[in-house]
Design a protein around this ligand. Structure first.
Ligand code: ADP
Ligand code: ADP
Ligand code: ZN
Length: 232
């Protein structure tokens, strides 16, 4: 019997998607899936910095002690790295930002950068994953991360099939050094002071979608995809 051939729906992101939310809100988890589904790059500044640190580049040497203390890396370092990345042709059909922007200066500069890219100009959408502080502390304590590819696991949820070994790449699955409790407090403070104001920044521009990030991973994903498919 001939199988009913149904073409997979071709979804086009066609915009710069920004995931906002405190550390541990689920930005990386959702960003990876959205990027996979739409076939666009996932731009995690945290992953980029961790790669620089692992390769001991000059940038990595500057970022490492700052990340370990739970502070934000200076804007000019972040922006140089992002600007170079966004200019590459694979971002022309859209991209998913995860952990960027994190300060008002970064958000303002991103507007200028995107404004110069014809396919993405005035097509920015920010999605805030709202999760309360108690829950993010719990999630961060359970988070495990692949040292090699950045895949995200949870001791309270999905762990690798083979203990300590990443399902995606076989890399070593560890607890991030900055996921220790003392550092987490600093990171949450940095979020409150420097990043939370971005919610208002994007709301004022009519570019904000607000989601309840405290629901389970599959539910948040469904609501996120539904928001992206709504006509703007
Ligand atoms: P962020 O990128 O915002 O810091 P992650 O995506 O790394 O957050 O998620 C933090 C931790 O919480 C990970 O261990 C992840 O598996 C887990 N997690 C992500 N989303 C949810 C969710 N909706 N419910 C429960 N745990 C989640
Ligand atoms: P999380 O989502 O758990 O907060 P990330 O992987 O996004 O963690 O970031 C880890 C660290 O990398 C941050 O605490 C900060 O030191 C640095 N970092 C990542 N992105 C930025 C950014 N956009 N601006 C400044 N520092 C950043
Ligand atoms: Zn991996």
């Amino acid at each position: 019997m001939a199988e009913e051939q149904q073409a997979a729906p071709v979804r086009k992101l066609g915009r710069a998607l920004i995931l906002l939310g405190p550390p541990g809100a689920g930005k990386g988890t959702q960003a990876r899936e959205v990027a996979r589904i739409y076939g666009v790059p996932h731009l995690s500044t945290g992953d980029m910095f961790r790669e620089h640190v692992a390769q001991a580049t000059e940038l990595g040497r500057r970022a490492k002690p700052i990340m370990e203390s739970g502070q934000l890396v200076p804007d000019e370092i972040v922006l140089g790295m992002v600007e170079e990345r966004v200019a590459r042709p694979d971002c022309a059909a859209g991209c998913v930002f995860d952990g960027f922007p994190r300060t008002l200066a970064q958000a303002e500069r991103l507007e200028t950068i995107l404004g110069a890219l014809p396919a993405l100009a005035s097509r920015t959408q920010a999605v805030n994953l709202a999760v309360d502080a108690e829950e993010v502390v719990r999630r961060i304590a359970s988070r495990r991360t692949c040292r090699n590819c950045g895949a995200i696991y949870s001791a309270a949820g999905k762990m690798p099939k083979v203990a300590g070994k990443c399902d995606v790449c076989g890399g070593e699955v560890i607890q991030r050094p900055d996921d220790r409790e003392e550092v987490v407090r600093q990171r949450l403070a940095a979020y409150e002071r420097q990043t939370r104001p971005l919610i208002e920044f994007y709301r004022r521009r009519g570019q904000l979608v607000e989601l309840d990030g405290s629901k389970d991973i599959a539910t948040v994903q469904r609501e996120l995809l539904a928001a992206l498919e709504r006509p703007r």
